[in-house]
Design a binder for this molecule. Sequence first.
Ligand code: GLU
Length: 374
Amino acid sequence: MAALTPADTPSIAQARRLVVKIGSALLVDEHGLRRDWLSGLAADVAALRARGTDVVLVSSGSIALGRRILGLDPGVLPLEQSQAAAAVGQIQLAQGYQDVLGDYQVKTAQVLMTLSDTSNRRRYLNSRATLGTLLSFGVVPIVNENDTVATDEIRFGDNDRLAASIAVTIGADQLVLLSDVDGIYTANPKQDPNARHLAVVPQITQEIEAMAGDPISGLSKGGMKTKLLAAKVAVAGGCAMAIAEGTRQNPLQALVDGARASWFLPQGDPRAARKRWISGMKPQGQLEIDAGAVAALRSGKSLLPAGIVSVSGEFGRGEPVSVSGPDGRIIAKGLTRYTCEEARAIAGHRSGEISQILGYPGRAALIHRDDMVC
Ligand code: GLU
């Protein structure tokens, strides 16, 4: 493999859509929420937003906060108690983010997810659409696992993997896990003076996995092992992932300024990964389009209602449909932004007529080119 140059290392200054995972140990200490640290993070997020970067925060801390509020004993809690603590702590956590980001006029939203929201296709599409809409409004979603309803079998259990799953779901190009370590080392740096820091991991080899054997971070829930599992999900979905030191003040700004971290490089870009995913789906309906629309699709354009001749099948918004030309041959597959009833109503009409026909404003494209494989 050719030697990697600094130019191959991703930089969050260039991120288009960034997911940041924040662990409990960074956010909560024996006095509760670490407001100063959180304010610094908010300043960093506001700066990224001002540059046009979409930002999603995946934040732990609800259980750590809740157990303090409830005065629960230290140590591992039984599941019911950690669920109860999460319910108590989550309000304060969300409020904390709203306060600090509000200081920078950044709007926030609370999104609580379970494993099935990313593995069940319908819910997956719903959560993707909601997060996408929040981002299009310039909102910073604050995501956590819905610890209160999730039983053991349907739990992510750790937010490293939840964050990776979300990053892939929303087509993020970068994921940063803020941790109490600045990356992955060839050996445990606390025990081995020869341990070497890896700034870039082009591929997660067996050798890399062996390095993550023991959790070297005592504070984070899963240690290095769950971080590597997260990295595998992220890079396979076309998203670069960094493990970075988060305990310092303004940790994201530090990364922009070149702080040390370990970057796992993506396998292909997120759009290509998404297209592979779409091409594997079973179409729920068919759209027949005219010759003009076929030419538009072939030149990389989105599918507009005007080019649609007929609609068959039953499908909801976000579901996969096949697209065929006048000769009946299937030329594309994509995720529709309208239900089958809406598609029938607007077929053959210009995009400017949509709101009059449906009685509410809709999207100009019926299938956006990012959601289509030709
Ligand atoms: N969802 C849990 C919480 O908010 C944390 C899970 C994790 O830290 O990985 O406390």
